[in-house]
Design a binder for this molecule. Structure first.
Ligand code: NAD
Ligand code: UD1
Length: 348
């Protein structure tokens, strides 16, 4: 059992991971500025884990760029913080092109501040949310961790920069113990339908969009390109159930705490991919609803195929995914049906 600081823990991946970490017996302090989330997510996490807010999970409203907020987080408990799981950040590729300064400030500047506070408080263990986006246009799939890092967006460059920053920090003194987890395409929701992805406004990503079409909130899905070099002409991705991803964090944390490696950089994906049309068909079959779609022009910056080589995760973390595409679609659809506006009300 460890005392953990979770940054960005109310977000999509953070909330599901908080649940898995509570279930694994850890105690959590969550530092959140709620810029892209609601504290309702963590209220439900506590409910699902059968704990009281303020008991094994403490919520602190604050920003990773603010030293006072970080001091508050690190001095919250008498016990020192054993490790940080760092989700806080901005993640929209298109927005990062429009607002690069904001992305570098939050993602890179915020991580610098966090690492400074960790150093002051004697905490040297961190799990960082990196992304498969660091690979840019992959030369070969499945993609191994040794593949060239060549991101093609400001968002991707902030993730690659933080990975470099973490390596530099790990080499600056003994004792640092770091995992950079490169997520592929996290989707789905907890099987209870109580927590899930709650995007503001028009979703950018495929799964939330398909969910909204299936329940009739949007007329049709626009599929970005039908002429890709794949079996059915639509792009292929390695979708990973968010609860598998959450369990991947628990596995990484255990390895860090038990073996104290300096830096681990690991893909978290299933190791196989599905096309957009295959996702649409799977959704229609689990929901018994039609998902009308239209094939439109390709989206700038998209790649044809992105699939993880997940061998290292299996060998180094002893972790493999357990949930399939049907589970992902079923759980995403159940969440959408029960929470049509996510954690928000229709008028938010
Ligand atoms: P999310 O937006 O749902 O969660 C991020 C959380 O961080 C939000 O709750 C937000 O309010 C919080 N936050 C943002 N800036 C903050 C700040 N300055 N101080 C404190 N809290 C702050 O996103 P997510 O999908 O849960 O992603 C979590 C992490 O994983 C992000 O770093 C993201 O870049 C990375 N990632 C996500 C995906 C994905 O597809 N969702 C893929 C690869 C990597
Ligand atoms: C996107 C980001 C990536 C990020 C990832 C995490 C871009 C270019 N890439 O990846 O950096 O790490 O999200 O969530 O934004 N699609 C449609 N119609 C839609 C939405 C998506 O056809 O309305 C297609 C896309 O072309 C893609 C697939 O569905 O082929 C998956 O898209 P999405 O969910 O946005 O993820 P990625 O593009 O893989």
């Amino acid at each position: 059992m460890a005392q953990l600081l979770i940054t960005g823990g109310a977000g999509f991946i953070g909330s599901h991971t908080c649940l898995a970490l509570l279930e694994a017996g850890h105690n959590l302090i969550v530092l959140e500025n709620y810029s892209n989330s609601s504290n309702e997510a963590l209220r439900r996490v506590a409910e699902l884990a059968g704990v009281r807010l303020g008991d094994r999970i403490t919520l602190l409203q604050g920003d990773i760029r603010n030293q006072e907020d970080l001091e508050m987080a690190f001095s919250q408990e008498k016990k020192t913080i054993d490790a940080v799981v760092h989700f806080a950040g901005l993640k929209a590729v298109g927005e990062s092109v429009q607002q690069p300064l904001r992305y570098w400030d939050v993602n890179v500047g915020g991580t610098c501040s966090l690492l400074g506070a960790m150093k002051r408080h004697g905490c040297r263990t961190i799990v960082f949310s990196s992304s498969a986006t660091v690979y840019g246009y992959p030369k070969k799939v499945p993609i191994q961790e040794t593949a060239i890092v060549q991101p093609i967006s400001p968002y991707g460059r902030t993730k690659a920069a933080v990975e470099k920053l973490l390596t530099d920090v790990s080499e600056s003194e003994d004792g640092w113990c770091i995992a950079c987890l490169r997520y592929f395409n996290p989707v789905g929701a907890h099987s209870s339908g109580r927590i899930g992805e709650s995007p503001y406004g028009m979703p950018n990503n495929l799964f939330p969009f398909v969910c909204q079409v299936a329940v009739g909130q949007r007329k049709e899905l626009k599929i970005f390109g039908g002429d890709w070099p794949t079996t059915d002409g639509t792009p292929v991705r390695d979708y990973i159930h968010v609860m598998d991803l959450a369990e991947g964090h628990c596995a990484a944390l255990e390895v860090l705490m038990r073996e104290r490696p300096q830096v681990l950089t690991i893909n978290l994906g299933c190791g196989y991919g599905y096309s957009v049309l295959e996702v649409v068909k799977a959704f229609e079959s689990v929901s018994s609803m039609d998902v009308p779609f239209k094939i439109v022009a390709r989206r700038p910056g998209d790649v044809s195929c992105s699939i993880a080589d997940s061998t290292l995760a299996a060998n180094r973390l002893g972790w493999v995914t357990r949930r399939n595409l049907v589970d992902m679609c079923r759980d995403a659809f159940a969440w959408q049906k029960d929470n049509p506006f996510g954690y928000f009300s229709k008028n938010d």
